[in-house]
Design a protein around this ligand. Structure first.
Ligand code: AQP
Length: 326
């Protein structure tokens, strides 16, 4: 099965990115039946990051973070989006046949507009660049969080339309969303998201994680009152790091009452620090070898380009886009 997913270098990765996507990246690369492609979506990040040094730094940081978290260059093709220019050519072939209404219905765009982000065409057409990213590698499975499901549907719709107009060209992908981490809440209970300023970063130092955990919004019910763990976002966050038994124990404590939320927040911070400690160590080693990381990205880009070139040629021939003999 060919697996593909991208992640934006628009800031440091947060728990939502890890549990919603990166953790699945690692799991999927373990299966020898899978051929996995993971890319750092720096062209997508241009819709929000408008500072050259910052974008370059975030891109390298994203590569280091992914490697530290377990993406293995011997098993996964890891590359930077802009190293595969074929994707931008494919983007146009798809955009040319995309109904406006399809993009107008995209919730992510509407939400960002509602937050006051400028209405740049890049933000509006973002799902089609994403479609090009996916279709360029004949990807069958796309591991993502719940928020990206609609965009995978857009990819399928556009690919199906292209196939209908020009003959079988693209593989129709499907989203891979793990229900338990589909939507990781932020410290305010909304979806954890950089734009909401409610994130806890994977590589925050333990003291910062602890401070952020202590700010997790909870209700003001008295200690002795029994509480329902379902729908409680502190409980949901704790569950991400806990074993099933620890989760059950905390659920029972909630139902009994007689505990303070501060205790749970401290336990959560402790668990998170332990959980990410090995990755933090690996990150330090990798950060000291930027040349090695750049080489991994260059090798990944060479492999990705070969595949994208093949698919782009197929699409150009199908659509009758003139190609001079090379
Ligand atoms: N809260 C979340 N729960 C589950 N999955 C999430 N993802 C992001 N937030 C959550 C998943 O992370 C992957 C990377 O997505 P991205 O690069 O598009 O990151 P993002 O969605 O841009 O992250 P933010 O913080 O939400 O950024 P802004 O605020 O800029 O939009 C995707 O698979 C996504 O589903």
């Amino acid at each position: 099965m060919r697996v593909l997913s991208g992640i934006q270098p628009s800031g440091r990765f947060h728990w939502g990115n890890y549990f919603g996507a990166i953790r699945q990246y690692i799991q999927l690369q373990e299966d020898p039946q899978n051929e996995v492609f993971y890319f750092i979506a720096n062209l997508h990040a241009l819709t929000s990051v408008r500072n050259r040094e910052q974008l370059e730094q975030y891109t390298l940081d994203a590569a280091i973070d992914l490697l530290a978290l377990g993406v293995d260059p011997d098993r996964a093709v890891l590359f930077v989006q802009s190293d595969v220019p074929e994707v931008c050519q494919l983007f146009w072939l798809l955009l040319a046949i995309t109904p406006m209404g399809l993009l107008e219905r995209c919730v992510a765009y509407k939400e960002k507009r509602a937050q006051g982000l400028p209405a740049d065409a890049g933000l509006f057409t973002y799902p089609i660049l994403q479609a090009a990213d996916i279709l360029a590698y004949d990807a069958e499975l796309v591991p993502v969080g719940e928020d990206q499901k609609q965009h995978i549907e857009v990819t399928r719709d556009v690919a199906a339309k292209f196939n209908h107009l020009f003959g079988e060209t693209f593989v129709l992908p499907r989203a891979y969303v793990l229900p338990e981490a589909a939507k990781v809440p932020g410290i305010d209970g909304q979806k954890m998201s950089k734009s909401y300023g409610n994130t806890i970063e994977v590589f925050d130092d333990p003291a910062t994680v602890r401070k952020k955990c202590m700010r997790i919004v909870t209700d003001s019910r008295p200690i002795e009152e029994p509480k329902d763990p379902e729908g409680d976002h502190l409980f949901q966050l704790y569950s991400l790091f806990a074993t099933p038994q620890e989760r059950e124990e905390l659920a029972a404590t909630y139902r009994r009452g007689g505990f303070g939320y501060a205790e749970v927040k401290r336990a959560l911070a402790q668990k998170a620090a332990e959980f990410f400690a090995p990755a933090r160590e690996r990150r330090q080693e990798l950060a000291a070898q930027p040349q090695r990381v750049r080489q991994i990205l260059a090798d990944g880009a060479a492999t990705a380009r070969r595949k994208a070139h093949e698919v782009l040629t197929r699409a150009q021939v199908a659509a009758g886009v003139f190609r001079s003999p090379s």
